[in-house]
Design a protein around this ligand. Sequence first.
Ligand code: HPA
Ligand code: ZN
Length: 333
Amino acid sequence: MIDFIKKMPKAELHLHIEGSLEPLMMFELAKKNNVKLPYKNLEEVKNAYEFTNLQSFLDIYYAGANVLITKEDFFDLTWAYIIKCKEDNIIHTEIFFDPQTHTSRKIEFKTVILGIKEALDKAYTEFGITSNIIMCFLRHLTQEDALKTLNQSLEFKDLIIGVGLDSSELGNPPSKFKEVFKKAKKEGFKIVAHAGEEADVSYIYEAIDILEVQRIDHGVQSINSKELMDLLKESQMPLTVCPFSNIELKVFKDMSEHNIKLMLDYGINVTVNSDDPSYFKGYLNDNFISLYKNLDLNKEDIIKLAKNSISSSFISDELKNNYLEKINKFILE
Ligand code: HPA
Ligand code: ZN
């Protein structure tokens, strides 16, 4: 079964590229770019990656991102993740990036997006891996700042499929960003948002009703409302669930208590994702394998989760059918 999981063709729909920065690359880039890190060695980094909640992670995650300066740095970061995609049989990936984390440090928007894009183009030419880029607004900042970022992005509209919402959830509900998402939608961007990772179901309702999202990122708190569970089931609204993230950020005590299998069995359109794999100690296949071991997932569950990842992506129907066929062929091998 583990071999089956590893080789299964799959898509990843919730991956923060800044969260794939491995400690070794962090040290190398810090040295090259003359950026001071709060760690003396890799051991200290490992010790620092012990989180109590989302905010305790974000503080460390933003500090790590400071080492990213040049277009080549963003290329190297993204390329390292693509190598992991290849290893995990990820055939399509939708990558988040946080422009404000970089523009606030005077790194130009174009430096970031062009570095990421170059690596994704290479992923396609070398491995046939397809991808989309989603730009996330930092919800701890103002809507005005998000609007400024949206305006900056318009020059690169062809490279960005959608907009999302991430960072500190509690106290920053989706409704805070109503206007910027309205504008993004008008510009033709797809809409997603982190909701119900730590905050209650009202944030998920707001993401659906006010931001008009096409996917919910995380959404694990849905389990607290039967009404919402029924709505998600009926609408087949995708949830991009990130099991390792939920354990590391103490949303669940341990993997055996994770609710993804309950939601899957209920008929909700859940997918498995790695979120910030360098910080949460595992890439996509590690997440799948841990779910398999702790929640007794069966072969049908694995197939369904992989198919959900393809059908919930922002690729054309034609490519979806092609990829779903790939999965069907793999199952029969
Ligand atoms: N939640 C919110 N913001 C984030 C996350 C997350 O899981 N990862 C990176 N930024
Ligand atoms: Zn996330």
